[in-house]
Design a protein around this ligand. Structure first.
Ligand code: SF4
Length: 70
């Protein structure tokens, strides 16, 4: 199954998401191994560069992404 190229470095799988495995699993299916092009974190990687994506930006938070890019 194809997956997002950011998967190995994405903070979604760091400490924050390890405390919410159910939510992480849903995000993973929908975005990481589903369609990363709809992920706000993925778009932030593309626009801001690796290392500039806030750890607390979740894949569905497109309004927050818009604020970051403004
Ligand atoms: S959360 Fe988004 S950026 Fe991170 S691995 Fe999944 S699809 Fe890629």
């Amino acid at each position: 199954m194809p997956h997002c190229e950011c998967l190995g470095d994405c903070a979604l799988y760091s400490d924050a998401m390890s405390t919410m495995p159910g939510v992480a699993s849903i995000f993973q299916m929908k975005y990481c191994t589903g369609n990363q092009l709809t992920c706000a974190r993925y778009k932030a990687y593309q626009e801001l560069g690796e290392g500039n994506v806030p750890a607390d930006l979740y894949p569905h938070e497109h309004a927050k992404l818009k604020e970051l890019l403004a």
